[in-house]
Write a protein that binds this ligand. Structure first.
Ligand SMILES: Nc1nc2c(c(=O)[nH]1)N[C@H]1C(S)=C(S)[C@@H](COP(=O)(O)OP(=O)(O)OC[C@H]3O[C@@H](n4cnc5c(=O)[nH]c(N)nc54)[C@H](O)[C@@H]3O)O[C@H]1N2
Ligand SMILES: Nc1nc2c(c(=O)[nH]1)N[C@H]1C(S)=C(S)[C@@H](COP(=O)(O)OP(=O)(O)OC[C@H]3O[C@@H](n4cnc5c(=O)[nH]c(N)nc54)[C@H](O)[C@@H]3O)O[C@H]1N2
Ligand code: SF4
Ligand SMILES: [Mo]
Length: 756
């Protein structure tokens, strides 16, 4: 595949490049005719520059596109973007590879005995409505399960129209990537600040002391902290005399640019954090704001967790823990930040609560250089677009696990599909997701999906999960649709607003994701509401109007309501984005707690401290612990079909410390067998002294060898799925979030390896 010229040509630029829904492509405004196209200089005249943001990860990097002849010629960083200031990573240019990938779906397909068959939209919609209504009428609404995967939050249409469509299904079997990911953050936010999305963001551009646990922004470009160009910001931090400390069982790319790196035994961060809280409070250096309650009680609750008591468990010397506490408390402006590594473990919710407590008691919450809540143009918190969140209003049928904000934990999806009885899932709706590779117990899910009565996937590929669908509905590619980031401005290190107009026109016969959800919603409600009076009920009418409104029009309404002078047209006039300034303090005003105070003692969390104390005396297992990793050239379970991204050394290897390999007689580069309580995989090993002794690492999202996937057809990316090893039976003690790090495993030379 040559890099920029698509092997499937997008349809020619049509008049005004504006589709019937008003989504326009600012890039290509010219009206083209056959004569015009054949005139000399046409190509030059048709070369346009367009601006937008990358939607692949949370960093929202500004992009500059050059478009000629309806083909994107180049993608560069937009130097004038006030947030990303020109930064991009290698994935941005791969937007073109996805767009032009012949394996990307462009029309609905149905699974037949003879393989995938392209069908028309009407036929596809009928099949989906028949399938979903059929299961609902036969078994009840809960028999339809919904999984909303990661790319939903990166698609405006999925946010504005997908979520309301899933709501129409009225099922309690709602799942999303949240419970494989940031659920503990949302829970801690809800408890301490009164709203699940009210998350204070580390003010990296002004801090003097940045403590990072279980995050690797050099690869991930930041998460629950939108921080494009992390490297430059971290360098600036150190240049002004600040320090960055990284706590991670692997010496990561982020650790490489830090002042100090501490190895930590996977899954033990809660102990470290509690010991830091203990030390700071007992040293008398805690100084929370006047609107904070419960300092003394927290001090009492963490008495057991002295640095000396936790040191042998976490693998960091007591003196170093004390020094870290003193540095953190002593810094003028400090911020503590923790991500996937500390969220997806047994006490992930305790970790995220403890991180907030540390920022609060050191007086760093709500001050420049500390952590602050953002002021996005469209505030999901104050606009009431997303609810405050709630835990344990009901529980899952099979394992009695708590819901959070109306969703059940992913780790129990497989049980809900395979366990017979009333409420068993018989049909699945999977939107931009690949649970077979992304959820613990992937192999069991693979089988479970195969046994469903009906399944629909919204996806641009046949992946390891959508291969089980009866119908796959593919939306337009990211280059063909307008985007405004509803979610990640909320978590960004600077307040900005930016519209990304479609760069290429929508090809004939293609549909935007919001159009697909709209069409399905209207047909589904028409089928469910055969009663005309019901259809004329004001609630139904309002709902219908909402579905008919394009995402860009909805954004316009929200912008106009939010701030004077903001609108879609204002954003179009400022193609690089509008700078709304640095993060600003605003507490207690911004709090959503009833009394506008922060109560540190949260029984939901602190009731688990005795359990942690009891486990402290247990001798740690001597076996190996498996953790995950991300790479800047890979994105969760996909983007493995882009040659330019996957080229170079294979990235799926099991990393292990050379001495751990030697102790097991496993040669570097050979095939090893990894066994956990949940499964077995064979994988090549790479010796790496970047790993802590006793810890091994595998990335997730590989495992395309499972038959039928089109995610690595062009490139043949190898490697097993890490989630064949992670165990769905083990969950976060508080929130039931998935445990994806610190999985006990045994590693031996694989019997499948050739004798050495
Ligand atoms: N072991 C382990 N497992 C993990 C993780 C880990 O760290 N370790 N991380 C977890 C986390 S944080 C997450 S967020 C999940 C992510 O896992 P998932 O939620 O499954 O999401 P992805 O793998 O990102 O993407 C799934 C699909 O979305 C499709 N897609 C891409 N763009 C679009 C689009 O615009 N429209 C549609 N309809 N489809 C699109 C892609 O083709 C791909 O097939 O994985 C989780 N799983
Ligand atoms: N290039 C790229 N960027 C991405 C993604 C991607 O797949 N590729 N995915 C996006 C998504 S969906 C997300 S959620 C974010 C995630 O963003 P990050 O959380 O920054 O990314 P990870 O690489 O998962 O970093 C987790 C770190 O935790 C460490 N770790 C594992 N176990 C433990 C532990 O017990 N304790 C401690 N202290 N550390 C531990 C791991 O070694 C790893 O370095 O990245 C986003 N950005
Ligand atoms: S870091 Fe890369 S993938 Fe993420 S938004 Fe920026 S360019 Fe896109
Ligand atoms: Mo994620």
């Amino acid at each position: 595949m040559s890099p920029y010229v698509p092997s499937i040509q997008p349809s020619p630029i049509t008049a005004a490049a504006t589709d019937e829904t008003g989504q326009s492509s600012s890039a290509v405004k010219e009206v083209t005719t056959a004569a015009y196209e054949s005139a000399p200089g046409y190509r030059e005249r048709m070369t346009t520059t367009a601006y937008g943001s990358c939607n692949l990860c949370e960093a929202m990097c500004g992009l500059e596109f050059t478009v000629a002849d309806g083909v994107v010629q180049s993608i560069r960083g937009d130097k004038e973007d006030p947030l990303s200031r020109g930064h991009i990573c290698p994935k941005a240019t791969a937007l073109v590879d996805i767009h032009s990938d012949p394996d990307r779906l462009r029309r609905p397909v149905r699974r037949t005995n003879d393989g995938w068959q392209e069908i028309g939209w009407d036929e596809a919609y009928d099949l989906v409505v028949d399938g979903l209504v059929g299961v609902r009428e036969k078994y009840g609404a809960d028999a339809v399960g919904v999984y909303a995967g990661n790319p939903n939050v990166h698609s405006l249409g999925a946010m504005t129209h997908g979520i309301p469509f899933f709501g129409l299904l009225r099922t309690r079997n709602r799942y999303s990537a949240t419970s494989l990911d940031q659920l503990p953050h949302q829970l801690a936010n809800r408890l301490l600040y009164g709203h699940q999305l009210l998350l204070p963001i580390a003010d990296i551009d002004n801090t003097d002391f940045f403590l990072v646990l279980g995050a690797n922004p050099m690869a991930s470009n930041g998460s629950m902290m939108t921080v494009p160009d992390f490297a430059k910001r971290a360098k600036a931090l150190r240049a002004r005399g600040g320090r960055m400390i990284v706590v991670d069982p692997r010496r990561t790319e982020t650790a490489d640019i830090a002042d100090t790196h501490h190895f930590i035994r996977p899954g033990t961060d809660a102990y470290l954090l509690l010991a830091l809280i203990h030390t700071i409070i007992s040293d008398g250096s805690a100084s929370p704001a006047p609107y904070v309650d419960g300092l003394e009680e927290v001090g009492q609750a963490v008495l057991t967790f002295t640095p000396e008591a936790v040191a042998p468990v976490v693998g960091i010397e007591a003196a170093e823990i004390r020094a870290l506490a003193a540095d953190l408390a002593g810094a003028d402006r400090a911020a503590v930040y923790g991500r996937m590594g500390v969220s997806t473990q047994r006490f992930g919710s305790v970790c995220q609560w403890a991180i907030q407590v540390l920022n609060i008691i050191t007086g760093n919450l709500d001050r420049p250089g500390g952590t602050m809540m953002t002021d996005p143009a469209i505030s999901l918190v104050s606009a009431g677009v997303i609810g405050r969140g709630h835990l344990d209003k009901w529980r899952s049928r099979v394992r009695d696990l708590p819901e959070f904000a109306g969703e059940l934990p992913c780790s129990t999806l497989v049980d809900e599909i395979t366990t017979e009885g009333k409420g068993q899932i018989k049909a699945m709706v999977v939107s931009s997701g690949n649970p077979v590779l992304s959820m613990p117990g992937g192999e069991r899910l693979d089988e479970a999906f195969a046994g469903l009565d009906f399944m629909v996937s919204f996806d641009i590929y046949v992946n390891e999960t959508s291969r089980h669908a009866d119908v796959i509905l593919p939306p337009t590619s990211a280059l063909e649709r307008d985007h405004y980031d509803l979610i990640f401005h909320t978590f960004a290190v600077r307040n900005t607003a930016k519209l990304s107009p479609a760069v290429l026109p929508k090809p004939d016969g293609a549909k935007h994701d919001w159009e697909i959800f709209r069409d399905l919603a209207l047909r589904y409600t028409a089928r469910r509401n055969s009663n005309v009076l019901k259809r004329l009920h004001p609630r139904s009418v309002v709902r219908e109007v909402r579905f008919r409104l394009s995402p860009t029009a909805s954004i316009d309404l929200l912008l106009r309501r939010a701030r004077k002078g903001l609108s879609v047209s204002a954003l179009r006039k400022n193609p690089h984005g509008i700078d709304l300034g640095p993060l600003q303090p605003g507490l207690p005003g911004k709090l959503k707690t009833r009394d506008k105070r922060i109560s540190l003692m949260q029984p939901t969390i602190t009731s688990h401290l005795p359990e942690l104390a009891a486990l402290l005396t247990e001798t740690p297992t001597s076996g190996l612990l498996l953790i995950g990793r991300r790479h800047v050239r890979s994105n969760n379970s996909w983007m493995h079909n882009s040659e330019r991204l996957v080229k170079g050394k294979p990235r799926h290897h099991l990393l292990a410390h050379p001495e751990d390999l030697a102790a097991r007689g496993i040669g570097d580069g050979t095939l090893a067998r990894v066994v956990s309580a949940a499964g077995v995989v064979d994988v090549e090993v790479s010796a790496s002294d970047r790993m802590m002794r006793g810890v091994v690492s595998l990335p997730h999202g590989f495992g395309h060898g499972k038959s039928g996937s089109k995610l690595s057809v062009a490139t043949g990316v190898a490697g097993p799925s890490m989630n064949d090893l992670t165990d769905p039976d083990q969950v976060d003690a508080v929130s039931a979030n998935a445990i994806l790090n610190g999985v006990p495993v045994e590693v031996t030379a694989s019997p499948a390896a050739p004798p050495t």
